[in-house]
Design a binder for this molecule. Structure first.
Ligand code: FES
Ligand code: FES
Length: 188
């Protein structure tokens, strides 16, 4: 055996040891159950009970749209700046893009799909139609969910108060004057 053969063997032996050293800590014990890291969460949406196993990092917005196919709630900025994703949780306004679905266990949710009673629109929905409170309509579900909450909270006593209370809902089409009119009509 030449000294070249010896050093080649030593090289491969060292490589094998190094490779085992790197892989052993990451190996899974045979027969051990794989932890999937999912969490179970149960809540009601629009009066219907739902139970999901979810990645704890998933937002309520993505769970509503992608798991429950409730696509009326819109994804605008996905970072809490536009209000398009507004839903109600236990009667209060929530930005679903900033809310983890894992925190919704036992909660009562309402989305835009849950406002109408059969064919009868919610008064705020009807007011948005009557007052042309939208153009492209992308922001409208979030606007309507906010308006319903604003009226319930009693924060719609004047135009200024409505504008202030609805200021988290951005409308790129600039339908603000008509949105204020719609909230006033619904109030009355
Ligand atoms: Fe949630 Fe814009 S999508 S605030
Ligand atoms: Fe188009 Fe508001 S109606 S963004």
């Amino acid at each position: 055996m030449t000294s070249g053969d010896l050093s080649r063997r030593r090289f491969f032996a060292q490589a094998a040891v190094a490779s085992v050293g790197m892989t052993v800590p990451m190996s899974v014990e045979p027969g051990a159950p794989e932890a999937d890291g999912l969490v179970e969460v149960a809540f009601t949406v629009n009066g219907k009970g739902e139970r999901l196993r979810v990645d704890p990092r998933i937002t309520l917005l993505d769970a509503l749209r992608e798991r429950l196919e409730l696509t009326g709630t819109k994804k605008g900025c996905d970072r809490g700046q536009c209000g398009a994703c507004t839903v109600h949780v236990d009667g209060r306004r929530v930005l679903s893009c900033l809310t983890l679905v894992a925190t919704m266990d036992g909660k009562r949710l309402t989305t835009i799909e849950g406002l109408a009673k059969g064919d009868r629109l919610h008064p705020v929905q009807q007011a948005f139609i009557d007052c042309d409170g939208f153009q492209c309509g992308f922001c409208t579900p979030g606007q309507i969910m906010s308006a319903v909450a604003v009226l319930r909270e009693g924060h719609a006593k004047s135009d200024e108060e409505i504008r202030e209370a609805m200021s988290g809902n951005i409308c790129r089409c600039g339908a603000y004057p008509n949105i204020v009119e719609a909230v006033k009509q619904a109030r009355s």
